[in-house]
Design a binder for this molecule. Structure first.
Ligand SMILES: [Zn+2]
Length: 179
């Protein structure tokens, strides 16, 4: 991958994650005085006369207001929120199913607070029961992620470790909840 196409985290002036752009785009924003480099993280680009920081995080010099619609509930969103980890046995796997904590036929909703990622064997074992009835414990309580755009950032967080402190909800590998 060319350096100029690497992803850069764009923060609002108030340090809230706003977007992801390329190094190329970040150079333009910084060059025009619209953003500052917050973290280099990628080394330097040499030109015959100068040395340029290659940003991994930039911050806009002005505040952008954006509406924040609620996140839609898709399988992928739930798996991302749960970090591809079964919420019953804590196994990390891509082979996941959606589990309704309170089963649908018992009135459980298809919403963030009632849907978790579960591996096939846990889902099979739990069947149509509540966790209590099945004597299974959730790794953590399901929750609504605060940002609808968390999908924008989460796929990068495994590799872009320096982004994590700016993206709410990432708190290491202990599987803890959002603040
Ligand atoms: Zn499991």
């Amino acid at each position: 991958m060319a350096i100029t196409t690497l992803p850069v985290l764009v923060l609002n002036q108030n340090y809230e994650p706003l977007n992801v752009c390329t190094v190329r785009r970040a150079f333009v924003l910084v060059d025009r005085g619209k953003a500052e480099i917050l973290e280099n993280g990628r080394g330097y680009l040499h030109s015959p006369t100068a040395l340029y920081d290659i940003p991994s995080i930039i911050r806009l010099m002005y505040l952008i207001s954006r509406p924040r619609p609620q996140g839609r509930l898709t399988r992928r969103d739930v798996f991302l929120r749960d970090r591809f980890t079964c919420q019953y046995c804590a196994k990390k796997t891509k082979d996941l199913t959606l589990d309704h904590v309170l089963p649908r036929h018992r009135g459980g909703g298809h919403d963030w607070q009632n849907v978790v990622a579960a591996c096939k064997s846990c889902n099979h074992r739990k069947a149509g029961r509540t966790p209590d009835e099945a004597r299974m414990r959730l790794v953590r309580d399901p929750f609504q992620p605060p940002y609808s755009f968390f999908r924008t950032f989460y796929p990068y967080l495994e590799s872009q470790s320096e982004w994590r402190k700016f993206v709410v909800g990432w708190d290491g590998d202990d599987g803890g909840g959002f603040a």
